[in-house]
Design a binder for this molecule. Structure first.
Ligand code: ADP
Ligand code: MG
Length: 393
């Protein structure tokens, strides 16, 4: 079992809280989107309220060694604003400066260690680095679901050196809702899968086969499936080396009587920069055109199924939603997921961005904060950062 921070003795204790503060920055080094900081607030505030001495740690970007542009400084500033209290940023993740900051913390104080990835030991899961981090902690709490699929020093290595461990409130929520999708749920249960590549999503498709009643497939992925069935897809993005895989999946689904709904119409254009697309039959995309969105008939069909479902998992946009002329299918799906009264879960970086753009987040049961991590979870894989939190019941 995994203990929630709510059930751990943290009063007056130094709590090492691994959070995901890996936010996008503006060119002027401001925080471009503070959603991840906000998502971490409930656990941080919980720890403060209970009088813990909070040591926050996160990575930011992919630095190769210390990189001033990737300092957590703007994140610390934004976090301090949101918490309405001081957040002391250490000069380095480990070292004399950080040790002093942590030693001086009083109950309810908050420190943030500088970018963990300035040290190669973080990603290498180096035991020496892990022990240095562990030295700050009476209690270890991981709330960084977005990095739970990585075995790094702060997500795995250090945990063996701390006596008490558990998950933050966000991590508990992710495990609960993503976990539900892999257990008994109300039916009909639909998986709406889109996005770029079959190869990114095949693990998800395979693990959901046998659980869901139907797959609704859109996005560039759908092109590979359509071509595998012999459709003319023009110049659409297709993974030629995945046609056999797509065919094998369709066969397996058919054998198990699981529906796989592919687009019947698409919005096609000669280029991504076309001002508008043309609606054509999905199997008759003109030679010089690419399918860049699902068409209106497909969108209506998908939306209808989604609205009436009792459980929906959605990952992957239905088209190139970043471009206005090709966003309608994704918007229609986002609205349908929002209007579904059952359990609705959205995972994947781009799908979550789409949900936020359409501004329907509040009507969705759970929006996963982990892109790659949520996919690996739904693939049924063991995430090392979650496995490392397990304790005997
Ligand atoms: P997620 O991050 O939600 O898992 P993906 O990363 O798999 O989603 O896919 C998102 C990307 O797929 C977007 O950049 C989008 O533009 C692209 N995409 C979707 N449909 C198409 C299409 N028909 N042709 C080309 N690219 C597409
Ligand atoms: Mg993506």
């Amino acid at each position: 079992m995994i203990k929630s921070i709510a059930d751990l003795p943290i009063e007056g204790k130094r709590v090492f809280l691994r959070v995901d503060l890996n936010v996008p920055l503006t060119p002027a080094r401001g925080v471009a989107d503070d959603s991840r900081i906000r998502a971490s607030l409930p656990t941080i505030e919980h720890a403060i309220k209970r009088g813990a001495r909070v040591v926050l740690a996160s990575h930011l970007g992919r630095p190769k060694g210390p990189t001033p542009q990737l300092s957590l400084e703007p994140v610390a500033a934004r976090l301090a604003e949101l918490l309405e209290r001081e957040v002391i940023l250490t000069d380095e993740a480990v070292g004399d400066g950080a040790r002093k900051v942590v030693a001086d913390l009083r109950d309810g104080d908050v420190a943030l260690l500088e970018n963990l990835r300035f040290f190669p030991g973080e990603e290498a899961n180096d035991d020496g680095f892990a022990r240095q981090l562990a030295a700050y902690a009476d209690v270890y709490v991981n709330d960084a679901f977005g990095t739970a699929h990585r075995a790094h020093a702060s997500t795995v290595g250090m945990i063996a050196h701390v006596a008490v461990k558990g998950a933050g409130l966000l991590m508990m929520k992710e495990i609960e809702f993503l976990g539900r999708l892999l257990g008994p749920v109300d039916k009909p249960y639909l998986a709406v899968i889109g996005g770029a590549k079959v190869s990114d999503k095949i693990g998800v498709l395979e693990n959901l086969l046998g659980r869901v009643d139907a797959f609704l497939i859109g996005g560039a992925m759908a092109n590979t499936f359509l071509k595998a069935k012999g459709a003319g897809v023009g110049k659409s993005r297709v993974e030629e080396d995945k046609l056999a895989l797509a065919r094998a999946f369709l066969k397996k689904a058919d054998d198990r009587k699981v529906e796989v709904l592919l687009p019947v119409d698409v919005v096609a254009a000669a280029s991504l920069d076309a001002g508008e697309g043309q609606v054509v039959r999905a199997d008759q995309v003109p030679g010089e055109a690419m399918a860049l969105d699902i068409g209106p008939e497909t969108a209506r069909g998908f939306a209808d199924r989604i609205t009436r479902a009792r459980t929906v998992f959605w990952n992957g946009p239905m088209g190139v939603f970043e471009k206005r002329p090709f966003a309608k299918g994704t918007v229609a799906v986002a609205e349908a997921v929002a209007s579904c009264r059952g359990l609705t879960v959205v995972g994947g970086g781009d799908s979550v961005a789409a949900v936020n753009e359409v501004d329907v987040g509040a009507k969705i049961t759970h929006i996963s904060t982990g892109g790659g991590a949520s996919l690996e979870f739904i693939e049924g894989r063991t995430l090392p950062g979650i496995a490392a939190l397990e304790v005997e019941a």
